[in-house]
Write a protein that binds this ligand. Structure first.
Ligand SMILES: O=C(NCC(=O)N1CCC[C@H]1C(=O)O)OCc1ccccc1
Length: 737
């Protein structure tokens, strides 16, 4: 094979797997070991190629400059309230690497914000990020999670709020955990995995070991982690994950048990008022016992012991509990049960809606509940009676996303965040104390230099291959003509019941304003836009629907004249990275550019690494014969072909492609992208047309970064400038001053 100056990557043809009688070669298996010198050399040589390609992207410096300008505006998050009148919220003055946590006692005139925790002081390069904050009941203590280099591994720290004194003890090997205080402020519940064997782990987040044997612990304030009590684990089910939260009255521990990633969970509870000496006494009992004996655990009651549906705590009055659930309700509903009658006292408080998805429910103002619905991918917010579920008020919301309702049952005032394609962000305050709710703008994010009157955002419904109507948002400058001349960026995700709803994106606005880019988001199947049926219609044996939907969305944008294949870029991350890679394999002719972030690319082996086993609920698993046959048909790694050799392939070639990953991504380990990169460069580089000079296949591999969460502003800007500079060059998009 005459390789066109792509870095050489050894092909080990001795690695062949047998899947149910079918042999599948895996010549780049050696790329799965991040610590091997050969892999480090491969990454290094790829980065040199990528840097040389990016050097030639003329728009990159302009993008970096404009992105920096547009990001440089003050922004706030929705505040949350503790104790009587103490509020906590995050603020960023504009270009601070990470948001800063503030507190203040009320918002009356003269109330001063106090800086509580500045993550930017924790690392000079912004590589340490805040993953979670949890303030105790009376605002005495702050427990917070820190992550280094974007890994899912968290270290919990504790601060005494009044003097910002850091307690000496920290908690390690925390992952996939909430932090939930008991109301006596003696400590909190959290989840962790067993510590890796000595020497097995040098740089947390770069390992690919599978995450099994999750455990729920309770940490006593002021003690060492070794004194924490084990509350629950299930060695018979190593894939289970446990998460605990304390009920609003402080009496119950509610424990959610999850196995895969479907919206289903078991739900156990423990009435702490029945623990003779509370948790404290419980801990001591364990010490007396033989430490090697099977650790005695909290006496949880199994309210729901199947994975048939999701149950999410909303409120309780003594033993009467209200849950948000999808039990026999794929668009969700509110139900109530009396723990004294756990079998037959269930009844509906808010019935499932015919069309809209009940997304959230928050108890407020004693006997009211704020509910948010997703209606054709737009939010509806209502105030209802918590007791009866009756509708009381409809809050006026523009087309957009309600991204964070902050309420407590004991408060009549609550806050919620709103954002949309053309609305950078508003925090509303709503007061239910009066008869009709009084809503006012509490904070408004203003982006200097952004003139929303230049753009319009609309929603269309595109028929997919099987006729299913797929919603799609399109944002473009008002003055464009549908002559197919515009660069276009199409974004999708399509999985895990996750909905992609209208939100403000600085980078998208820069692309529309300075590259004349049309921006579109396709709400393809697999997401949660129309509830659990929509999710299931894009998973397991039906995963191909996601790709069909995305391809139909792309064909729509071309057919109505927004763009043309050579000017069309598709982008997606993680499960969305899989989407992008599968679509360019299936329709290389339809796209000019592809940006796949931290994609799941090896569908035969994903379940072997870190938390990948949890995704078999969505993808299936190659260890099962029927499911292997689903996966092998679209697995990006296994479906790279030379279009020009296919029947009628003629001059068809792959779009220029950038695979993005990072060395501490332990959600989707980098091996997925590295193996696909090597495969595409090998298979596609026999053609003059597909060389690095014409439409390259390259990788952007970030160091000291992870799956995406926790990236500093600077890393966000740098990456956006790189990938969109690459896109602009490939699509031959012209810079508009
Ligand atoms: O694996 C996932 N979620 C699915 C996920 O991250 N996926 C699923 C496919 C690839 C990748 C993505 O799309 O982001 O989350 C693990 C988790 C996090 C927090 C609490 C419990 C469990």
């Amino acid at each position: 094979l005459n390789q066109y100056s792509y870095p050489n990557a050894r092909r080990d043809n001795s690695v062949v797997d047998d899947f149910h009688g079918i042999t599948i070669p895996d010549p780049y298996r050696w790329l799965e070991n991040p610590d091997a010198q050969e892999v480090k050399d491969f990454v290094h040589s790829q980065l040199q190629l990528t840097d040389s390609v990016l050097e030639s992207c003329a728009a990159r410096p302009n993008l970096r400059h404009k992105l920096t300008n547009l990001f440089d505006h003050p922004r706030y998050t929705v505040p949350f309230r503790r104790s009587h009148n103490t509020y906590f919220y995050f603020h960023n003055s504009g270009l601070q690497p990470h948001n800063v946590l503030y507190m203040q006692n009320g918002f009356h005139a003269g109330a001063q914000p106090h800086l509580l925790l500045d993550p930017n002081a924790l690392s000079p390069d912004g590589s340490v990020s805040l993953t979670a904050v949890s303030v105790s009941q009376h605002a005495d203590f702050l427990a917070y999670g820190l992550s280094s280099s974007g890994t899912d591994w968290v270290t919990i720290n504790i601060m005494r709020i009044q003097d910002k004194h850091l307690l000496p003890h920290t908690l390690s090997w925390v992952k996939f955990s909430s932090i939930s205080w008991t109301h006596d402020t003696k400590g909190f519940f959290y989840s962790r995995y067993p510590a890796p064997k000595e020497g097995q782990l040098v740089d947390a987040g770069t390992e690919t070991n599978t995450n099994l044997y999750h455990e729920l612990y309770y940490h006593f304030l002021g003690t060492d982690q070794s004194q924490d009590i084990l509350c629950w684990r299930d060695p018979q089910n190593p894939e289970y994950r446990f998460r605990a939260s304390v009920s609003d009255d402080g009496r119950y521990i509610i424990m959610y048990i999850e196995q895969g990633c479907d919206p289903v969970n078991k739900l156990y509870y423990c009435d702490m008022s029945e623990l003779t000496n509370g948790l404290q006494g419980f801990g001591n009992k364990q010490e007396e016992e033989d430490p090697h004996a099977h650790a005695t655990m909290l006496p949880f009651v199994k309210l729901v012991d199947t994975f048939d549906a999701q149950f999410q705590y909303v409120a309780n009055d003594d033993t009467v509990f209200t849950f948000l659930t999808n039990k026999n309700a794929p668009k969700y509903k509110l139900v109530r049960v009396d723990l004294k009658e756990p079998i037959n006292s269930w009844f509906d408080v808010i019935h499932e809606s015919e069309r809209d998805v009940l997304e959230s429910a928050c108890a407020v103002n004693g006997n009211q509940v704020i509910v948010s619905y997703l209606s054709d991918v737009k939010y509806v917010v209502q105030v209802r009676d918590l007791e009866t579920g009756c509708l009381q008020h409809l809050l006026p919301i523009d087309i957009g996303t309600v991204n964070g309702i902050s309420a407590r049952r004991q408060d009549s005032i609550f806050f919620f965040g709103f954002s949309s394609f053309l609305s950078p962000g508003i925090v509303y305050q709503c007061d239910l104390g009066t008869q009709a709710p009084v809503i006012k703008i509490f904070r408004e994010i203003v982006v200097p230099g952004f003139d929303r009157s230049q753009f319009h955002a609309n929603q269309v419904f595109v028929a997919s291959k099987d006729g299913t109507k797929i919603p799609m948002f399109i944002v473009a400058r008002k003055d464009i003509s549908l002559d197919g001349s515009h660069p276009c960026l199409l974004y999708g995700y399509g999985g895990f019941n996750a909905s992609v709803t209208p939100c403000f994106s600085v980078s998208r606005i820069v692309l529309a304003r300075h590259l004349g880019c049309v921006l579109s988001i396709a709400n393809i199947r697999g997401g949660g836009e129309y509830g659990e049926e929509w999710h299931k219609a894009g998973s397991l044996a039906k995963k191909q629907n996601c790709f069909d939907d995305f391809i139909s969305a792309a064909e729509y944008l071309v057919s109505v004249g927004y763009t043309q294949p050579a000017k069309l870029c598709i982008e997606g991350g993680s499960n969305g990275g899989l989407l992008v890679a599968a679509c360019i394999n299936q329709r290389p002719d339809l796209f000019g550019c592809a940006l796949a972030h931290v994609g799941v690319m090896d569908m035969l082996r994903f379940h072997k690494f870190t938390i990948g086993h949890a995704w078999t609920s969505e993808f299936g698993c190659s260890e099962k014969e029927e499911e292997f046959h689903w996966l092998i048909k679209y697995s990006p790694l296994h479906n790279v072909r030379r279009p020009w050799e296919e029947f009628g392939g003629g001059s068809i070639q792959y779009p220029s492609t950038m695979l993005l990953t990072a060395d501490h991504d332990d959600r989707v380990v980098p091996l997925h992208s590295l193996k696909l990169l090597a495969t595409m460069q090998y298979v596609l580089s026999t053609s003059m047309k597909q060389s690095p000079q014409t439409n390259p296949i390259i990788a952007r591999i970030e160091c000291k970064a992870g799956h995406g969460a926790g990236r500093s502003m600077q890393k966000i800007i740098e990456e956006a400038a790189d990938r969109y500079g690459f896109m602009a060059k490939v699509l031959e998009a012209h810079w508009i001053e």
